[in-house]
Design a protein around this ligand. Structure first.
Ligand SMILES: Cc1cc2nc3c(=O)[nH]c(=O)nc-3n(C[C@H](O)[C@H](O)[C@H](O)COP(=O)(O)OP(=O)(O)OC[C@H]3O[C@@H](n4cnc5c(N)ncnc54)[C@H](O)[C@@H]3O)c2cc1C
Ligand SMILES: NC(=O)c1ccc[n+]([C@@H]2O[C@H](COP(=O)([O-])OP(=O)(O)OC[C@H]3O[C@@H](n4cnc5c(N)ncnc54)[C@H](O)[C@@H]3O)[C@@H](O)[C@H]2O)c1
Length: 494
């Protein structure tokens, strides 16, 4: 069997990080635990304010979950899959456009290259800012000191005036579904998968963001069957219903099956696969199972008890609006404080925490605080949203109107072959102000930002009718959707 190992240059980079750390006992203005997006933003913002900063990470290599097992590798995995499967071009050139015998090595080669480059970029940023990198597991000793145990077992002590806990999360596990990294994998293990041949059948348990992203990627690889299982009655239950229906339809078209509202009774493990029995009486076999049922915060190694900080059953820490824990000088940000748990929002939380720590809160309100941030879900096809869904508005008793653009109506959609895409605008029929924007299709995660800015500026939907957009573009969908929505309103009023 072929072992898909991290290449030598990546290991060397990690080793460089490990040896570059200052092991002196030192006092800092700020000690940051973790080196993911919230940690890096908080550290750099603090340096800009003239503070001395140390960043500790237990992983050999900076960047956090985001760079090593989360956002960056999964999105690069997707780019590899799209390229090797020829998915975007099959509408024009036929299904045989895919490369033959796609292996995990082909996919992970690109992943490792990008991870290595991203790590290097972040390391260079921290170095340029003269931030001390301290490798090892951080543990609170008292309210102003952490000890760090490095690979050599030698403890180091760091004193800080302020702390940021940015320790992130790891995949949640269950004794009922024991991940062995061979036939039952979590989202970390798929990136280190020891196999020469991709399993031909997959059960993906968990139809949240991670499960749906990987399920849709596997689903477009030739000859692979995917079944998505979730305990809930619907996938991605925070997304707009039309968008979810469209994703399911496209995935089904490519062969995927959905078993929703199902709970697992037992999992039997074989050398060549796994058999799952459900409480509903159904049973199925697959060559591999991917288990993505949520995340557990990595707060357990921090010795929070020593400083009287509590965490919930998922290990999450409670903070106030300034990202302070119950100790005002100990802040927490990123995934370890819970939703929305995005790299994008984590970065902004880190920056805001630094502004609060050093009493330099911006005069403007962060768009994060006003809730105007998008979700980008990198399924195939990709989904993006900002603002409210139809379900939310209905639940809140808010009257709304809908404007729709199908990518098939856009010249750019026809050219790219992505004719199933949709852009949907939800707006107030009286004030004409935008309430939500939802998109599915290639480019959705990019064009959403037009809607996001329009919402931040409190624009009326008529702005899109009156605007001149580049042609042909997918952005032009905003004009088409606005005309559609305003047209429907006029018809209703006549
Ligand atoms: C598979 C997957 C795909 C994702 N895709 C996206 C996406 O497309 N877009 C998006 O916006 N978000 C995405 N996310 C979410 C995003 O990765 C996280 O929101 C983000 O990484 C959280 O950043 P953070 O600052 O909390 O730190 P993290 O990135 O979680 O890093 C935490 C770091 O802390 C270190 N650490 C933990 N405990 C200790 C300790 N005691 N001592 C020292 N170091 C410690 C860890 O080693 C780790 O390096 C994805 C997540 C996953 C898992
Ligand atoms: N593109 C992105 O922005 C992106 C991508 C990946 C991850 N993330 C972040 O990572 C977080 C975690 O993602 P996730 O997908 O692991 O968690 P999640 O909470 O989004 O989804 C978990 C899913 O598993 C299901 N589930 C739980 N227990 C189950 C069981 N025993 N049997 C069957 N189904 C079960 C739940 O019903 C849910 O649908 C997300 O909340 C998101 O913020 C973001």
């Amino acid at each position: 069997m072929l072992r898909v190992a991290r290449p030598a240059h990546l290991r060397a980079l990690a080793a460089r990080h490990a040896t570059s750390a200052s092991l002196q006992l030192k006092e800092y203005d700020l000690v940051v635990i973790g080196s993911g997006p919230s940690a890096v933003q908080c550290a750099i913002e603090s340096v800009k304010k003239g503070k001395s900063v140390a960043v500790i990470d237990k992983k050999a290599g900076v960047g956090g979950v985001c760079v090593h097992t989360g956002t960056i590798p999964s999105k690069t995995f997707r780019e590899s899959v799209l390229h090797l499967s020829g998915f975007r071009h099959q509408g024009f050139y036929g299904k045989s456009y895919a490369r033959d015998n796609i292996t995990l090595k082909d996919i992970l080669g690109r992943v490792n290259t990008v991870v290595s480059k991203e790590m290097d970029v972040i390391q260079a940023q921290l170095k340029a800012a003269r931030i001390d990198l301290v490798p090892g597991l951080a543990r609170f000793e008292n309210e102003h000191e952490v000890s760090v145990e490095g690979d050599d077992g030698q403890p180091t002590r760091l004193r800080g005036k302020k702390f940021l806990i940015a320790c992130g999360t790891r995949p949640a596990h269950s004794p009922l579904v024991p991940c062995d990294g061979k036939v039952i994998l979590d989202s970390d293990q798929i990136l280190d998968y020891d196999t020469s041949k991709l399993p031909k059948s997959w059960i993906v348990v968990g139809a949240g963001v991670i499960g749906m992203e990987y399920a849709s990627m596997l689903n477009v690889l030739p000859g692979i069957n995917v079944t998505v299982v979730d305990g809930r009655a619907e996938i991605l239950n925070f997304c707009d219903d039309d968008i979810v229906s469209s994703l399911k339809m496209e995935m089904r078209h490519k062969g995927a099956r959905f078993l929703l509202g199902e709970s697992i009774k037992s999992v039997e493990h074989f050398k060549n696969g796994v058999k799952v029995e459900f409480n509903s009486g159904k049973a199925m076999f697959a060559e591999a199972l991917l288990y993505c049922v949520g995340r557990q915060a990595s707060t357990d190694g921090l010795n929070l008890e020593a400083v009287g900080l509590s965490k919930n059953h998922r290990g999450l820490i409670t903070v106030n609006e300034q990202y302070q824990t119950s100790h005002p000088h100990i802040y927490a940000a990123g995934d370890c404080i819970g939703a929305p748990s995005l790299a994008s929002t984590s970065m902004e939380q880190g920056r805001l925490a630094a502004c609060d720590m050093w009493s330099d809160k911006d005069q403007t309100t962060s768009q994060l605080e006003s809730g105007n941030y998008p979700y980008g879900i990198y399924t195939i096809p990709e989904i993006s949203m900002v603002g409210k869904t139809e379900q939310q508005l209905t639940k809140e008793g808010v009257n709304y109107a809908v404007g729709l653009a199908k990518f098939s109506e856009l010249a750019k959609g026809q050219m790219s072959g992505d004719i199933e895409g949709i852009l949907k605008l939800l707006f107030d029929p009286d004030s004409l102000r935008l309430l939500g924007v939802h998109a599915i299709g290639h480019g959705a995660t990019e064009i959403i930002h037009i809607g996001q800015v329009a919402m931040a500026m409190d624009c009326k939907i008529t702005y899109f009718r009156d605007a001149v957009f580049n042609y042909p573009t997918l952005a032009e969908g905003y004009r088409v959707a606005a005309l559609n929505g305003l047209g429907r309103l006029t018809k209703e009023q006549n």
